[in-house]
Design a protein. Structure first.
Length: 333
């Protein structure tokens, strides 16, 4: 158990990383019909007056100071006036620009090496910017638990996962293993297996087996995950070590350009997470997030389904759906 002063100490080492470098190509036709223009989905206000990215910032900053929230974006995103507007109010040192989209592995590794350069003892919470979460405070309370779990044992990383509602084939699944070490105060369990985007039949079996949906919201000590990456993806790791050495020097931009030019795409889930349990059997834990509506907005279908859920929630639990999400305002376009 931590004392209040212990918890405050760990919060001072707590950083956030918002992932906003994706292109969201599957949603582009829907966005063009909805907004009359092209714009990466994380910068679009599907619900309310704020974009998905802005909602993510607000959620994250209930726990982490603005100047400790790093955001990674793609250089090609900066061509959009709306993207520049949404980033204009952020501290300049917190915006990390990626020269090309090389999948989620580099999209996470690049800001991690920046963060390690600034604070080698940092614990980071990683937040995708294209997720909708209704019960935000309950969700962020699980971040508090995950932070304490990692602070108590820096050798482990904690993944937040929600209850699987159906046999969704576009999500990643987490199967929890037995906690042979006994009761875990923070509610985490070791991960037995990750399964990324399974076939329909496999997804059905995973749901019946108690599989959870992987939110890709993670909490870990930066040094721990970099060491794991060195073992699982040694070639990519060495290239990012070259970037690490160049950060803060006149050669930084050219070094990043050169590394990315020859970098093979790496999916963080398939190329890293799926391999962690084999190399580090008890290092990765899952924290089930219960009674929270969560959706990864990767398709038009999910956006529409979320709006349906919001209408229902506003009718049955109006206190839950407040502010910009209240019915009666023009938020369900």
């Amino acid at each position: 158990m931590f004392t209040p002063s212990d918890i405050e100490t760990h919060r001072s080492a707590h950083w956030g990383l918002v992932l906003a470098a994706g292109d969201g190509t599957r949603l582009q036709p829907y966005i063009e019909r909805l907004k009359g223009k092209q714009l990466p989905k994380q910068f679009v206000n599907f619900i309310g007056q704020r974009s998905m990215l802005e909602h993510t910032f607000q959620r994250v900053e209930t726990r982490i100071a603005t100047d400790k929230v790093l955001t990674i974006v793609g250089r090609h995103h900066l061509q959009f006036d709306e993207v520049r507007r949404q980033l204009a109010g952020r501290p300049e040192a917190t915006i990390i620009v990626q020269p090309a989209n090389k999948e989620t592995g580099p999209g996470i590794l690049l800001p991690l090496v920046h963060l390690y350069k600034r604070d080698p003892k940092a614990i980071v919470s990683v937040f995708p910017s294209d997720h909708f979460i209704l019960e935000e405070e309950r969700f962020m309370a699980h971040i508090d638990l995950a932070l304490q779990a990692v602070a108590s044992d820096p050798s482990r990383m904690v993944i937040l996962a929600t209850e699987a509602q159906d046999a969704e084939v576009e999500y990643g699944y987490v199967l929890a293993g037995e906690n042979n070490a006994g009761f875990d105060f923070y509610g985490t369990r070791p991960v037995a297996r990750f399964i990324e985007k399974p076939a329909k039949e496999v997804a059905g079996h995973l749901v019946l087996a108690g599989g959870l949906w992987n939110t890709m919201v993670m909490v870990f000590k930066v040094k721990t995950v970099l060491e794991m990456f060195a073992r699982i993806q040694p070639v990519a790791f060495q290239r990012f070590m070259v970037i690490l050495e160049a950060i803060g020097t006149p050669y930084e931009q050219n070094t990043v350009e050169q590394v990315y030019r020859n970098l093979e795409p790496i999916n963080f889930s398939k190329g890293f997470l799926e391999h962690v349990p084999r190399h580090y059997p008890r290092a990765i834990h899952v924290l089930p997030v219960l009674q929270v509506f969560w959706s990864d907005w990767g398709s038009r279908k999910r956006v529409i389904e979320t709006k349906r859920v919001l209408r229902k929630a506003a009718q049955s639990k109006p206190a839950t759906v407040t502010g910009e999400l209240m019915l009666g305002r023009p938020v369900f376009a």
